[in-house]
Design a protein around this ligand. Structure first.
Ligand SMILES: [Zn+2]
Length: 97
């Protein structure tokens, strides 16, 4: 089973008049975020499946770009078939690339 990665990238806050990024640039930033996080996860988790259930982990990546402070907050949500595999996935996730 292939690795499932979903992205939920949003924009929040009011842009200041001299905002650093416009809509087009934000789209580009989101796109490159998807690409780099996706590639990183696929590299780390290639062939990583639960020994017991044969299932791959499912990731949801939440990204919130706050226009007012021009910062992006990223959080990872992981779903697995069982607790045991979740622990393994967290270990892999925390390893250095
Ligand atoms: Zn399992």
């Amino acid at each position: 089973m292939a690795l499932a990665i979903e992205f939920d990238l949003r924009v929040d806050g009011e842009a200041s008049p001299e905002a650093f990024l416009d809509c087009y640039e934000l789209d580009l930033m989101f796109e490159s975020t998807r690409r780099s996080i996706g590639a990183g996860l696929r590299r780390k988790f290639s062939g990583a499946v639960c020994e017991e259930h044969g299932e791959a982990p499912r990731f949801t990546i939440h990204g919130l770009y706050d226009k007012s402070i021009e910062e992006m907050e990223i959080s990872y949500h992981v779903d697995t078939c069982c607790q045991k595999f979740l622990l393994r996935v967290m270990q892999i996730l925390n390893q250095r690339a």
